[in-house]
Design a protein around this ligand. Sequence first.
Ligand code: SF4
Length: 345
Amino acid sequence: MDSKQIEQIIEDEGIEKYRAEQIRQAIFQEHASSFNGITTLKKDLRERLSEKYPLLSFELYRLFESSDKTTFKALLKLSDGKIIETVLMNPKPGHWTTCISSQVGCALACTFCATGTMGLLRNLRSEEITDQVLFWRQFIGERKIAERLNNVVYMGMGEPFQNTKNVFDSLDELMNPDTFHMGARHLSVSTAGIVKPIYQMADRFPQVNLALSLHIADDEKRTELMPINKAWPLAKLAEALTDYIEKTHRKVFIEYILLRDETDKRDNAKQLIKYLKTIKPTHLVHVNLIVYNETESSHKQTSKDHARWFKNYLEENGISATIRKNLGRDIDGACGQLVVQQENI
Ligand code: SF4
């Protein structure tokens, strides 16, 4: 459910216009899970709306909870029967982040990513993207596990910038003060490196966080890991990121996955430092190191000690870096592990 659909329902059902505000209030602030729960509407009206209009554009198919209760993963069944995954994480006390999908599957076939093995089945509509946020808000409200959902990251299934129109529409909706009312700085979009939308982001969403999944700073090896690099090589990405920083004065986040003996060697670190210094000003570049979550691919995980060495090496050379906390491994909800075998459902 989003602002446009509410307007449409008001018009189609001939409902008084002022009711739109009551409906928005109940859905987006009070987390009603159906029209039946909107007690400010008359009983016959809410029953009629409840029968015709579900609040979410999918059904919960399966829910997983990590053993340490910091991560939940939901499989959601869309109206055409396809399944997507969405994750809710609690990286620090009182702080909840959802990682949402923008496509069913993904066409980019990065070799370390389980989603890439699915191929692209279709793009998600804007409403199917924002409904994932609505779903987790309802979940948090029902379970009373927090006051609110703090952050949204577009790092689930799919490449957001291969579905740019719907992703941009969904950002507008998440920031809409009448509905989700989230601050731009609580939203992050991560791309594998499609250049044109990076320029568009700088103009249209300068306050939304931007992350680039870089993973190695060598064109030949990057093309092996991430075939999209052939179309948009490292030099083009550095130009786009420099433009983004110039226009927005915001930090850009570089996601870097540590694959044992592939991306985690001293030479890799040196290349990375050299490359990041071509993005200006470099102090607005921050590296998030990700310890690889092993899937069925041949890539292997770096040890924790080695990840710490890599981070220190970057910092000694003037690049700020953190090692990202890995949540949800036991439910395959961590980075790179999102995959749904559609034919098994
Ligand atoms: S890492 Fe992202 S862009 Fe690459 S295949 Fe996976 S979902 Fe697609």
